[in-house]
Design a protein around this ligand. Structure first.
Ligand code: 5RP
Length: 262
């Protein structure tokens, strides 16, 4: 692996082999998502606890201070909306020169395996890998399910992750599911878990993150369950402990509760 690629991956994946990415890219198809109306204000207090930010170029330029910033994973797919016909009909939105200009540590793009636009989104990934590898920039593939949340099982996610890795993704982001070791076991590159819609309780979040890590995930890219929490900073701190300090779900909950009282 060349120095640039190695260096960028090392900015994202910490020396303990783990990572906590903070996604604030939801507006690229959802518009002003609840609690992310002002993304800069939402994420500022959470930054000390995470290792990188997943964000579009528009929000990055408009809302994130370039000085002292966390490494950036640039969201580079889009072109659809909640109001449109098909969320899977994405294209690559951002040129390689823009990716380099913004000093991205990595880029992220969604693939929609099994959808009508499967081929287009997988070829988006393949072409993006071709371009980014020339510049030593890792591509993170996002195995998206659009509105079909019921697709989140080990068989489907394992298929999607493996295909993304085969096409050259350096990291794959997918949803946690029962039997998550089957997803990780069939994927030859590191797997990161997304959070999905907000869970009922904090413990539920700590439990699935912990389970995913035990089953081989290297970390999380988890947004709504942090910044839609009534206590986002306490949530970020507790998740940091699960990721980087081997906290169990019970210990994370205790930390969360202690932080909310502080
Ligand atoms: C949506 C994304 C998000 O980055 C991903 O879903 C993680 O966020 P959350 O934990 O809120 O699901 O790709 O565009």
């Amino acid at each position: 692996m060349d120095w640039g690629m190695k260096n960028r991956l090392a900015q994202l994946i910490q020396p303990d082999g783990r990572c906590f990415f903070m996604p604030i890219d939801h507006g690229y198809f959802q518009g002003p998502t609840h609690c992310l109306e002002q993304p800069g204000d939402t994420v500022r207090p959470l930054l000390p606890y995470c290792d990188a930010l997943f964000v579009t170029r528009g929000v990055l330029r408009a809302c994130i201070d370039a000085v002292g910033a966390k490494p950036v994973i640039l969201r580079v797919s889009g072109g659809t909306s909640m109001a449109g016909n098909d969320l899977a009909h994405e294209a690559v939105t951002t040129s390689i020169s823009e990716i380099v200009r913004l000093n991205a540590a990595a880029v992220g793009l969604s693939v929609f395996v099994g959808s009508y636009y499967e081929h287009e989104t997988l070829m988006n990934l393949a072409h993006l890998v071709n371009e980014c590898e020339d510049y030593g920039i890792p591509v993170m593939a996002v195995t998206a399910v659009g509105r079909e949340m019921e697709k989140r099982d080990a068989r489907y996610l394992g298929l999607a992750c493996r295909i993304a890795a085969e096409l050259g993704a350096r990291v794959v982001k997918t949803y946690w599911c029962p039997d998550f070791d089957k997803v990780v076991g069939g994927c030859p590159v590191p797997v990161v878990m997304a959070g999905g819609p907000k869970c009922e309780t904090e413990l539920e979040v700590f439990e699935f993150v912990y389970d995913g890590l035990q089953r081989g995930a290297i970390g999380i890219n988890l947004g709504r369950n942090v910044w839609q929490s009534p206590q986002p900073v306490a949530m970020a701190r507790a998740l940091q402990a699960v990721i980087h300090e081997q906290a169990t779900p019970k210990q994370a909950l205790e930390l969360f509760q202690a932080s909310t009282k502080a």
